[in-house]
Design a protein around this ligand. Structure first.
Ligand SMILES: [Mg+2]
Length: 281
């Protein structure tokens, strides 16, 4: 497939090229909505065609390739299917190193596993009349309630918040929202932004490119831009546009792709910029 140069402003292009010229450099990415089209349920998600070979090639060109997801880390690795990558799961509560058998779970988050399970169970009881249109997912150190299947998603969202907010308060948990999903999290200072900072620090990254499509990715975007302002790392935040994209996501990104369909083109362009002599694939 011929490599198509993405339509970037001169300043953005310069930023990306400057980031690519650094070592060590990191390629950090969300999964759902970024490497896989959003599916009716998390189990049905699949990487788009050609994503896996592109990620394998990126492994050869970047010093760190990491997926940072709301999924549990093992589930993230199962979906992506590349054991050489690093997986940060549950919004930064878990880290699965390349080839590792199991993830390290942040001790401060682990302490809330029972509270997460109890609150989710109670929420399910309270939302029993909506059972058919909701999907309850206990992910260990976080939990999700998906409402993508609801006939009236906004009504479902409000009902979930009414049920969940008092429970979260009672169990000392946080509630966050994403694409047709509401999540319960431990009240610890860990998110995709702290995950990005930790990866940059651990690997002394001089640059990092991050791709994401959702509200929870904004934390990563803010972290990258702050790192850049601090002169610590040339961070580049790439938003994936879509009909449900919040304006704040696009506003906090350095560049926005029109849709997930643009991602493979941009990755091929990145690879070609790094390996100008390699034949296009
Ligand atoms: Mg996503």
């Amino acid at each position: 497939m011929p490599v198509r140069t993405p339509a970037l402003s001169a300043a953005t292009r310069q930023l990306v090229v400057a980031a690519l010229a650094q070592r060590p450099r990191g390629f950090l990415t969300d999964i759902d909505g970024t490497l896989s089209a959003v599916a009716p349920t998390p189990d049905q998600a699949r990487l788009y065609r050609g994503a896996r070979p592109l990620l394998r090639r990126l492994l050869g060109e970047f010093d760190v390739v990491a997926a940072i997801s709301g999924r549990p880390a093992l589930d993230a690795r199962r979906l992506v299917g590349i054991s050489q990558m690093t997986y940060i799961g549950n919004h930064g509560m878990e880290r699965l190193a390349p080839q590792a058998r199991r993830p390290e779970i942040a001790p401060d988050a682990r302490a809330y596993q029972d509270a997460i399970a109890d609150a989710l169970h109670e929420a399910r009881e309270r939302l029993r009349t909506r059972e058919g249109e909701l999907l309850f997912e206990n992910k260990g150190v976080t939990a999700s309630i998906h409402y993508r299947r609801a006939a009236d998603p906004e009504a479902a969202r409000r009902a979930i918040r009414r049920a969940l907010d008092p429970l979260a308060q009672r169990h000392h948990l946080r509630v966050t929202e994403g694409r047709m999903v509401i999540e319960l999290r431990p009240p610890v200072d860990r998110d995709k932004g702290t995950s990005v900072r930790a990866l940059v620090r651990q690997h002394a990254l001089a640059s990092a490119i991050y791709l994401g499509d959702d509200r929870t990715d904004e934390d990563a975007f803010h972290a990258l831009r702050a790192l850049r302002a601090e002169g610590a790392c040339i961070g580049v935040a790439v938003a994936i546009g879509h009909a449900e994209a919040p304006a704040s996501l696009l506003a906090s990104a350095d560049l926005t792709l029109a849709s997930i369909a643009e991602v493979p083109h941009v990755l091929r362009w990145v690879l070609q910029t790094l390996q100008p002599d390699a034949p296009p694939q």
